[in-house]
Design a binder for this molecule. Structure first.
Ligand SMILES: C[C@H]1O[C@@H](n2cnc3c(N)ncnc32)[C@H](O)[C@@H]1O
Length: 194
């Protein structure tokens, strides 16, 4: 993990998985690079939020696979789920619900499924499409860490691939363009600080 800049109570903290996605950001805001995957994301954000001050809010910018044909562009996520936690089985073992869906936006919005796998196969894409619109590897973990610390979070994902057979190549080839779009989104939506 890498934290660039200083967290202050009056500014958001930008959180991205990897440098490739963050390369064109040029706002004067603190940026946390977590590394890929749920563990890296949760540990990095929880570590930073264990200190004070807390940021005014958190904005997770990143790439995601589209689970539905024709889904492109940038999406502000409404709900996050965890697609690789065996919630039903754990309920039969303990009676507890682990990994319940987290609502990020009361007005709705796309469902993002987070798990520790890069989805690049038709069968997996189709299975996830029954429950979600987009797939990534960090969103739910960040939302859970933010909720635990009582810090609001926005999750913003730009589609880099179709989570199908050529997805890995699409990600590599498109990540730079995605980073530009995410930097533009940040410019337009997050107040520039002097
Ligand atoms: C590979 C990086 O980009 C995101 N990402 C982009 N496309 C996908 C996909 N098809 N499956 C899973 N994660 C994806 C993840 O969040 C990870 O950080």
């Amino acid at each position: 993990m890498e934290l660039v800049g200083r967290i202050t109570a009056d500014r958001p903290l930008l959180v991205l998985a990897v440098r490739e996605e963050a390369q064109f950001l040029d706002l004067d805001l603190p940026v946390l690079l977590t590394g890929m995957g749920k563990v890296n994301a949760a540990v990095a954000l929880a570590t930073v939020l264990a200190r004070r001050p807390h940021p005014s809010h958190i904005v997770n910018l990143g790439t995601a696979g589209a689970l539905r044909p024709g889904w492109t562009g940038t999406h502000v996520i409404g709900t996050v789920i965890q697609h690789d936690l065996d919630t039903d089985l754990l309920r039969t073992l303990t009676g507890e619900t682990y990994g319940a869906a987290l609502t990020l936006n009361a007005d709705g919005g796309p469902v993002l499924a987070t798990g520790d796998a890069f989805i690049a196969e038709e069968a997996a894409r189709e299975r996830l499409a029954a429950r979600a619109d987009l797939v990534d590897m960090e969103g739910y973990a960040l939302a859970a860490a933010a909720a635990r610390a009582d810090v609001p979070i926005r999750v913003v994902k730009h589609v880099s691939d179709d989570a199908g057979d050529g997805a890995a190549r699409s990600w590599r080839e498109s990540v730079s363009d995605c980073a530009r779009v995410l930097a533009d989104w940040a410019d337009r939506h997050l107040a520039r600080q002097s």
